[in-house]
Design a protein around this ligand. Sequence first.
Ligand SMILES: [Zn+2]
Length: 43
Amino acid sequence: MTGRADRPPLTCDTGDPVCGAPARPYPAGPRCDRHRPRTYRPE
Ligand SMILES: [Zn+2]
């Protein structure tokens, strides 16, 4: 693959099993609204 991706379908890669929800790109990786680094709180 070359060049910048044109909006790949990001999915949250956090959780076990993986969340898989629609996500946005963060420095730490794709995170959904629930798993944003600032709001992420494991139960
Ligand atoms: Zn998530």
